[in-house]
Design a protein around this ligand. Structure first.
Ligand SMILES: Cc1cc2nc3c(=O)[nH]c(=O)nc-3n(C[C@H](O)[C@H](O)[C@H](O)COP(=O)(O)OP(=O)(O)OC[C@H]3O[C@@H](n4cnc5c(N)ncnc54)[C@H](O)[C@@H]3O)c2cc1C
Length: 379
């Protein structure tokens, strides 16, 4: 059986960032991806926003890793030629009743070390004349990034450090070291079963489960990991609609946050094309077996009313179904947003195994800080 120092399962933005960090720390590393390309999952189905870190509870992994990851990401994009823009964003209240929520967001952001400016309607209109609001918060640190360019740059950096990417390599399961020794395998290390056209087993001292939506399923297929350490995954689809024609905004526009998402917001891509979303559509258990990423045009109806609260001039018929992504959540409808889980030996007792669960937004922003956290967890 071939052995390497480290195996990372999943070549989304997080798996690639982890693979890069492991390779750069001098470990022989392979990233295993079941698809025939990098980043075909959630990492290419999101808003591509570099979040400032406004919304997350103080001290949470989401707060810490978003703030640190954002700084790392801007630096990485600048030094590696990854297209991005620090365009800023406005969080808008459209009635006085929402000012308390805006104030709470400002307090949360301040606790996370993120400064926001409170704008009057006139100040907001001076920045974005098409906007209607009763107050707004300006986040100058928010930006946008070309997520695919980012993943290619992470892959390139990983390969330059000696790491390798193996596509079409679905991981079927793994046996953790204690089991491997019991089974009489030589040496220490975990054993990863890889399917595909040339099935094989690979040994590694370090295994990182960065399988995104499938991370809990993969953890369930991990011999030696007690079932109590495998969380129940929940899945919330987010649908986007694109705008026909140019949007009269140069910053991202967000309503005050709602429970399972950030509300139907306006984001811009680097070409200036506007899209609205994502909404929240909870998927039934088992939906991961065949995810239907198509966007139901009927869902657009509710978008109009929500968007017109802050952009009354939105024309009838201006929205077209665009794309969707699925959030890997750790709580179901009605439950409070869960934190990222970076689960290492201190929790499950298996040296060298790290499971990443619930890496929803702001996982793109935080990818490099998550990678640092994984390295710290391995010790
Ligand atoms: C609608 C939506 C909007 C979002 N917007 C933002 C945003 O604006 N900003 C932000 O910071 N974050 C955002 N996010 C979050 C961000 O997209 C994710 O946190 C991030 O992409 C997660 O990356 P990942 O590598 O963990 O997962 P993924 O991208 O899902 O990658 C996991 C990979 O693992 C592979 N895999 C799975 N099982 C196996 C297996 N058994 N063997 C081998 N490979 C396997 C999959 O094929 C996949 O390529 C958003 C998410 C959603 C859903």
């Amino acid at each position: 059986m071939d052995r390497v120092d480290a195996l990372v399962i999943g070549a989304g933005v997080v798996g690639l960032a982890v693979g890069r960090a492991l390779a750069r720390s001098g470990l022989e590393t392979i990233v295993l991806e079941r698809a025939d390309a990098i980043g075909t999952g959630t990492s290419s189905r999101n808003s591509e926003v570099i979040h400032a870190g406004l919304y997350y509870p103080q001290g949470s992994l989401k707060a810490r890793l978003c703030v640190r990851g954002r700084a790392q990401l801007y630096e990485f994009c600048a030094s590696h030629g990854v297209a991005h823009r620090r365009c800023g964003k406005l969080v808008v209240a459209t009635s006085a009743e929402q000012h308390a929520a805006l104030d709470a967001t400002r307090a949360k952001a301040a606790a996370n070390g993120v400064e926001l400016q409170w704008l009057t309607p006139a100040e907001a209109a001076a920045l974005e004349p098409a906007l209607r609001c009763s107050a707004a918060l300006l986040s100058p640190e928010t930006g946008i990034v070309d997520s695919h360019g980012l993943m290619l740059a992470l892959q390139g950096d990983m390969e330059a450090a000696g790491g390798a990417l193996a596509l079409c390599s679905p991981v079927l399961g793994l046996r953790c070291a204690a089991d491997a020794r019991d089974a009489g395998d030589a040496g220490d290390g975990h054993v990863v079963a890889v399917g595909g056209e040339a099935p094989m087993e690979l040994g590694a001292r370090i295994v990182v489960n960065a399988a995104g939506l499938w991370a809990p399923a993969l953890a369930s297929a991990t011999q030696g990991l007690a079932a109590q350490h495998v969380p129940q995954g929940h899945h919330a689809k987010g649908n986007y609609f694109s705008l026909a024609g140019r949007a009269p905004f140069s910053r991202l526009i967000y309503p005050v946050p709602e429970q399972a998402g950030l509300g139907v917001h306006l984001t811009l891509d680097l070409a200036g094309q506007a899209r609205f979303g994502p909404d929240v559509e909870w998927l039934p258990p088992g939906a991961l077996d065949a995810i239907d990423y198509r966007v139901d045009p009927a869902r657009g109806e509710s978008f109009y009313a929500e968007i017109r609260r802050y952009w009354p001039a939105l024309r009838d018929g201006a929205l077209q179904p665009a794309y969707s992504g699925v959030r890997p959540k750790l709580g179901g409808p009605g439950s409070a947003a869960a934190d990222f889980v970076v689960q290492g030996a201190e929790t499950h007792g298996i040296a060298g195994l790290v499971n990443l669960f619930g890496i929803e937004s702001p996982g793109l922003t935080a990818c490099m800080a998550i990678a640092d956290e994984v390295l710290a967890s391995i010790g």
